[in-house]
Design a protein around this ligand. Sequence first.
Ligand code: DQA
Length: 138
Amino acid sequence: MKLMIINGPNLNLLGKREPEVYGSTTFEDYFKTLQKKFPQVELAYFQSNIEGELIGKIQEVGFSFDGIILNAAAYTHTSVGIGDAVKAVTTPVIEVHISNTHKREEYRHVSYISPGAKGVILGFGLQSYDLAIQSFLS
Ligand code: DQA
């Protein structure tokens, strides 16, 4: 099983960025934990702060991988282009968020990703990614 984790803007700063919201672990460290926990899964990881690069990666893997786990971060709430890319590909996409976006500012309650996603997992901290992988395995 080949799964691609795609993280959007500012998620390269996990560990330093608003630790009270996003925790103090870097994604690189957490990615190693996921690789150890799911040795049967071929996990790949991509992060970009640039909308077009995120769309490019979704298109690149979206016809061959078994799943995409997408945290589009702030673009979740603004990007028609990423939402369209999610709908365009055949690989199922699970939308994840570290925080419970519905408990936060109103502008975070809207998602352009959800209408094309297979499912949404949010509010479990970094464990949201783990739960998304489990959902592909079940
Ligand atoms: C986020 C929530 C978004 O609203 C925010 O812009 C992020 C991270 C999350 O994982 O909780 O950058 O996607």
